[in-house]
Design a protein around this ligand. Sequence first.
Ligand SMILES: Cc1cc2nc3c(=O)[nH]c(=O)nc-3n(C[C@H](O)[C@H](O)[C@H](O)COP(=O)(O)OP(=O)(O)OC[C@H]3O[C@@H](n4cnc5c(N)ncnc54)[C@H](O)[C@@H]3O)c2cc1C
Length: 212
Amino acid sequence: GGGESHCPRDASYKDGTLQVDLMGMDGVIGVQETEEGWLALVEPRVTMQTLVRATLPYGLMPPVVPEFRHITVGGAIAGIAGESGSFRHGFFHDAIAGMEVVLGDGNIVTATADNEFSDLFFALPGSYGTLGIITAVTIRLVAAKPFVAMSYEHFDDVLEFALHLANGEKREDLDFLEGIGFSSSSLVACEGRMVDTESAQSGIFGDVRRLN
Ligand SMILES: Cc1cc2nc3c(=O)[nH]c(=O)nc-3n(C[C@H](O)[C@H](O)[C@H](O)COP(=O)(O)OP(=O)(O)OC[C@H]3O[C@@H](n4cnc5c(N)ncnc54)[C@H](O)[C@@H]3O)c2cc1C
């Protein structure tokens, strides 16, 4: 993390380990349409802000964008990250198509879900830098619209609130969903929908703000 880590975990597990400085590896290598759909190829220190700024001009975004803008791609994979798109798309790493990894013996491998390094591919998320150093990542992208319209629903019953969130996946109109509990009797479901224009939707759904 180079002193910029957002990881809330006690870092003592790194005591006595070899530290490798990745600070220069913060470039977006490309955004490209392939046989597998639109992909972004990035270095691991690319932040969520930089990533989204590179993809939005194409009308695209990663399916899950952790909210804090300085979280990095490598940190979001190795430290696990989710966000309000996760109810539909899973974790940030569920959109990863492949990773270039430097192993402890110095070998450089490319791990995908179905090649000889698939065990590494599935073990890297949540491994906190213990299995290798991710040096490049291919991310699947989805369509984005320029605005997000938000609406908020209040609940005073935890079970009703939990069922509402659990059923979100079935609601095709929703792009973003998360809940905040202020107390066991004051809970709010925050629902977001991507929309094309500010004026057309704001009266229907409530506040609208720019995606970037
Ligand atoms: C203010 C704040 C807001 C947050 N918001 C969100 C949020 O909206 N959604 C969410 O899900 N989480 C959130 N988090 C948690 C955060 O996403 C995770 O802690 C994430 O792991 C931090 O990533 P980072 O880029 O800071 O990585 P770091 O803290 O630098 O790294 C995290 C772990 O990954 C390892 N690692 C980093 N890069 C690599 C690499 N290239 N190869 C191998 N291992 C690597 C590190 O060694 C470390 O163990 C937030 C945390 C804070 C403090």
